[in-house]
Write a protein of this length. Structure first.
Length: 111
């Protein structure tokens, strides 16, 4: 089959060199594909981040607008509540000043 040991080793080294060359070329090609994919991912991520920033900005503006409206509504409600409490206190003081007979007459009128 093989004439000498030298030919055997040459054949074995040639085979190893071919395997190593194939591994290097395959790995290099894979790295190129990975780098291309990474570049595409970075571009996509930048676009997504830009969209997210714009969305967050719009949400923030909307919240600011609505917070002003909600604050106004809250102030109006508090003012109305204060007015109602004052009216209730006035009416209570009026009722406390009346005698039992007057209160009974008022109760009977409402029925």
């Amino acid at each position: 089959m093989f004439g000498t040991i030298k030919e055997y080793w040459q054949l074995l080294l040639g085979f190893l060199a071919a395997v190593l060359a194939a591994l290097v070329l395959t790995n290099n090609k894979g790295e190129k594909n990975k780098s291309k994919l990474n570049k595409l991912d970075r571009k996509d991520n930048q676009k997504i981040n830009k969209i997210a920033k714009e969305r967050n900005k719009k949400i923030e503006e909307t919240l600011e607008k609505h917070s002003k409206v909600l604050e106004k509504i809250k102030e109006e409600d508090e003012a109305k509540r204060d007015e109602i409490e004052e009216l209730v206190k006035k009416e209570e003081s009026k009722l406390e000043k009346k005698s039992n007979q007057d209160l009974a007459d008022l109760f009977n009128k409402r029925k």
